[in-house]
Design a binder for this molecule. Structure first.
Ligand SMILES: [Zn+2]
Length: 410
C-alpha cells in the first residue's frame, strides 16, 4: 500500500481547488467541496483482480495501512443479466452486485473509508443519521475498529435494518421525524457537544464520508476490461453514490484509462424526488437546499432524503454526462423486486428496486444500449417489512397428496 498520497479539495461546481488545510467550502461559489485524489493506480494493478476496495488505496484518503478498518468490502461481482436485457431490448445489462458487501449494502465502502480516516485522526466515537444501511455499516465498522457508534435513525428506517444495526452493539436512537434534514441538525449538535466524528454519508457535511463510492467506478473499469458501458444506472437519495461514481470516472479519465465517460442515470422514488425537481427547475445546489421535498413518502425508505446531501457532486454528474433522472412509483418499485428476483435470481431491497422499475418503465430509452446498474442493498434487509411479507405469503395445506393436488389444480 502506498503511503505518499496527496489530495486536494475540489469544487465540482466552479472548478476551484485548494489544499486540505483550508475549509472545504468554496470561497468563490460557497458550495461544499469534495476530495480529489492526485495519485495513480499503475496499469499492472488495474489488471489485477482486487481483493477489496483497498486495492485502490493510493486513491483513498488514509495514510497508514495500520489505520485501515476493513471487512473485505468492495470487489463485488458484475453479473450478466441477459434475460432482462433481452426482455427490454438492451444490447447488454450487467448488474454490479453490491448486496454481497459485508453488511449487505454498498454503504460498507463509504464506512470502511470514513471510519479508517476517523481512526487515523484519533477519534473514538462516531455518529450518523440513517434510514438503515448507513447505520448498519457504521455499527459493523465501528465494532471492527473498537470504536463506539451512536446511530440516529430517522422516520424512514425499516424494522429489519434497526434490528441489524443494534446487533453490532451500537447505541441506536430512533428520532421521530420523517425528514432526514431535521435529524441531521440534531446529530450535528450532538457531535459538536460530545466531540463525536460525524460520518453520515453526506458530502456537504463531511467530504470523507462519501469517498468510498468512487471505487465502484474503478472496479467497473476493470470488470468491463476497459470498455465501459453506455449507461450507469443507480438509485439516488442524497446523491453520494452517483456523485462518487462520477468522481471515480473522472479519476479514470485523469489517469488516462478512459477518454469518454458513460452517461449517468439517477433513479428516484416518485414520492421523494428532489434531484429530478432540481434539474427540471434548473436549480443550483444552493437553490435546491431552499426547496426540501415537503413530505417524503415511499416504500424506498433508503432514498427518501428530503434534500440533496451530495447535490454539489450529483448535479454536475448528471449535467456533465448528458445524464437523466427518472422517478418511479411505489407499485413499480414493489414489482421491481420480483422482476429481478424471478428473472435473474438476485434479491434486492425496495430502495434498490427503483433501478429495475425505471428500466422496465423506460425500456425505449435504453434500447440497443449497453447498461450497468448498481444493485445497492440486499432484499434480506426488508424481510421484516409488510410490502415484501405480503408479496411472498405462501399458501398452507395439510400433509396430504389430495390437498396438494387441489392446490395445484390437477
Ligand atoms: Zn465553487
Amino acid at each position: 500500500m502506498e503511503t505518499s498520497k496527496s489530495f486536494k479539495y475540489r469544487c465540482y461546481t466552479c472548478g476551484y481547488e485548494c489544499s486540505l488545510s483550508k475549509s472545504f467550502h468554496c470561497p468563490h461559489c460557497g458550495d461544499p467541496m469534495a476530495l480529489r485524489a492526485l495519485g495513480t493506480i499503475p496499469e499492472a494493478a488495474m489488471k489485477t483482480v482486487p481483493g477489496s476496495l483497498w486495492h485502490y488505496a493510493a486513491l483513498l484518503p488514509v495514510e497508514e495501512e495500520r489505520n485501515v478498518v476493513s471487512l473485505g468490502e468492495g470487489a463485488t461481482p458484475l453479473v450478466d443479466a441477459a434475460r432482462l436485457a433481452e426482455k427490454w431490448g438492451m444490447d447488454s445489462l450487467q448488474i454490479k452486485n453490491e448486496t454481497v458487501n459485508p453488511t449487505g449494502s454498498f454503504k460498507d465502502r463509504q464506512l470502511s473509508v470514513s471510519i479508517s480516516h476517523a481512526k487515523e485522526t484519533g477519534r473514538d466515537t462516531v455518529a450518523v443519521v440513517s434510514s438503515g444501511n448507513v447505520a448498519v455499516a457504521t455499527a459493523a465498522y465501528a465494532a471492527r475498529a473498537g470504536m463506539k457508534a451512536v446511530l440516529f435513525m430517522h422516520g424512514q428506517a425499516g424494522a429489519g435494518k434497526i434490528a441489524q444495526a443494534a446487533a453490532y452493539g451500537a447505541q441506536v436512537i430512533c428520532v421521530d421525524s420523517p425528514r432526514p434534514s431535521e435529524v441531521f441538525t440534531l446529530c450535528i449538535q450532538a457531535c459538536d457537544r460530545f466531540g463525536w466524528a460525524h460520518l453520515s454519508t453526506s458530502g456537504m457535511h463531511n467530504p470523507y464520508s462519501v469517498e468510498g463510492a468512487k471505487t465502484i467506478a474503478y472496479e467497473l473499469y476493470q470488470q468491463y476490461a476497459g470498455h465501459l458501458p453506455d449507461w450507469i444506472v443507480a438509485p439516488v437519495g442524497g446523491g453520494g453514490l452517483l456523485g462518487g461514481i462520477w468522481r471515480g470516472l473522472l479519476d479514470l479519465q485523469r489517469m488516462g484509462y478512459i477518454e469518454k465517460l458513460p452517461r449517468l442515470a439517477g433513479i428516484q422514488a416518485a414520492g421523494c424526488a428532489p434531484l429530478k425537481q432540481a434539474l427540471e427547475q434548473d436549480w443550483s445546489f444552493q437553490e435546491s437546499l431552499k426547496h426540501p421535498w415537503e413530505n417524503p413518502e415511499t416504500v424506498a425508505g433508503g432514498i427518501a432524503d428530503d434534500i440533496l446531501f451530495d447535490g454539489h457532486t450529483v448535479l454536475p454528474a448528471i449535467r456533465e454526462t448528458n445524464g437523466i433522472v427518472l422517478a418511479v412509483d411505489d407499485d413499480a418499485i414493489r414489482k421491481g423486486v420480483q422482476t429481478l428476483a424471478h428473472a435473474e435470481g438476485l434479491f434486492c431491497e425496495l430502495t434498490t428496486a427503483v433501478v429495475i422499475a425505471a428500466m422496465e418503465k423506460n425500456a425505449e430509452r435504453f434500447r440497443n444500449q449497453n447498461v450497468a446498474c448498481i444493485l445497492t442493498g440486499h432484499g434480506l434487509k426488508d424481510l421484516a417489512g409488510k410490502p415484501i411479507k405480503d408479496s411472498v405469503a405462501p399458501p398452507h395445506i395439510p400433509p396430504e397428496l389430495e390437498a396438494l393436488e387441489r392446490l395445484l389444480g390437477v
